[in-house]
Ligand binder design. Sequence first.
Ligand code: OAD
Length: 238
Amino acid sequence: MNSAVETLKQWVAESDNIVFFGGAGVSTESGIPDFRSTDGLYSQHYKYPPEQILSHSFFEAQPEEYFRFHRDKLVIEGAKPNAAHLKLAEWEREGKLRAVITQNIDGLHQAAGSRNVLELHGSILRAYCARCGKKHPADAVNHGEGVPRCSCGGVIRPDIVMYEEPLDMDTMQAAINYIRNADILIIGGTSLVVYPAAGLIDYYGGSKLVLVNLAQTAQDSRADLVIHEKIGQVFSQL
Ligand code: OAD
């Protein structure tokens, strides 16, 4: 175990107020590609770049193409929680971790047993009618062909935050409160480039800011501990 991981292990052992804030890199070891790595979603070639397909205006204008991409790229059958998800759930059960704040939409933290999960960008495991708001099972969105429709005629959409759409303010405020009051803030598997989520780091005022990310981020110099390794591998040592 390297010394940074040892330090983190020590901090975790002594704390009952850990908050975790993560992104797509938390799920890559579960087989779900991230967005910005060289083999990530934004590096793959489509007729349109993924950030355009994942926008509200594109969804409205070309729902067929949106759902083709959604089912092909966002829904990964059989993905299971990895060591990072499982460790976070364990810490919560032990009373050490207060909240998981995630930009991911894959539901893997809950699948691992985490209960207090703040999903900043929603979840592909929920769906609702874009016209009347009625909730629907996500199955119609995630599987099948074509554009799923509600009985009112509206399009059934995933309960995710698309580009051009606002984040849920209650969720954002709760995330800010957890981070403000955290003893240790561990940020993992996120490039910290997509706002407003990336700005959450600014609310942490403590002295145990930990970044666990394969690639460097623009925030590395602010952290008290930086670990450039795979998060599942790191967490399995904690
Ligand atoms: P990114 O793809 O931008 O960043 C993922 C980061 O995780 C990269 O810096 C990788 O180096 C790192 N990484 C990959 N695998 C890792 C591993 N096993 N262990 C540790 N680090 C690893 O993903 P996000 O920051 O989550 O938004 O992207 C933010 C938002 O951009 C997403 O929520 C999504 C996307 O557009 C929406 O869809 C609204």
